[in-house]
Design a protein around this ligand. Sequence first.
Ligand code: OAD
Length: 232
Amino acid sequence: MTSMKKAEQKIVVLTGAGISAESGLSTFRDNNGLWENHRVEEVATPEAFDRNPDLVHGFYNRRRQALSEVKPNAAHLKLAEIEPLYQSFLLVTQNVDDLHERAGSQNLIHMHGELLKKRCVLCHQVSHQRNDLSVESICQYCHQQGTLRPHIVWFGEMPLLMNEIMLALMQCDLFVSIGTSGTVYPAAGFVEVANQSGAHTVELNLEASEQASQFKESFHGPASSVVGDYFN
Ligand code: OAD
């Protein structure tokens, strides 16, 4: 464990689906590799959207609707509570739910996009979205029909704000990874960048992830308890 006081530390926290599991949202690699009964290639690739936009819109509409049935758990709340205690604190999430912001986290990057946003493929405007999207939806900016897609990073697409994330990783003293299987790059490679920057690196996960051997410390258990224990 680093001997620096929190107020002197720069910290980057990475979260994955495991932090939202106890709120009632499915992780990706449970259920024989199916996510809410779909293979990822059916719903989470640009090719799937080109092939069957109704299916993909329907899938993300259901994920968006499900947000109103869940709430942040103790792990989300703990991260929001400790944020002001650090010299700098960046929370990078792979999750597309809004539980971190509902818990009160401020300096937050959704590297894989957000369910509550849409994007126009024609004019590229990103805007908030609460209701369902369909091929009939009309862009409020360029007024074209059928040009809106979920603002989600699909497989084969570039995650968002990578420059900011890499800069923070290269400058951090502490990197903590929570509830992620460490199988999807570039997020799976963040621990290596943090190690090379001389940071202390910690994994908090239900079980050892694929990257577990790269972390200097690991604590295993449900996020609602390990996150609280670690940051107390
Ligand atoms: P995964 O489903 O791959 O991994 C979730 C991890 O959380 C696993 O290692 C579980 O053991 C762990 N876990 C489950 N319940 C937990 C709990 N209560 N407390 C702590 N840990 C728990 O999800 P991600 O790693 O987030 O990308 O997946 C990464 C990316 O792959 C996702 O962002 C998504 C997906 O395909 C895109 O959609 C682009």
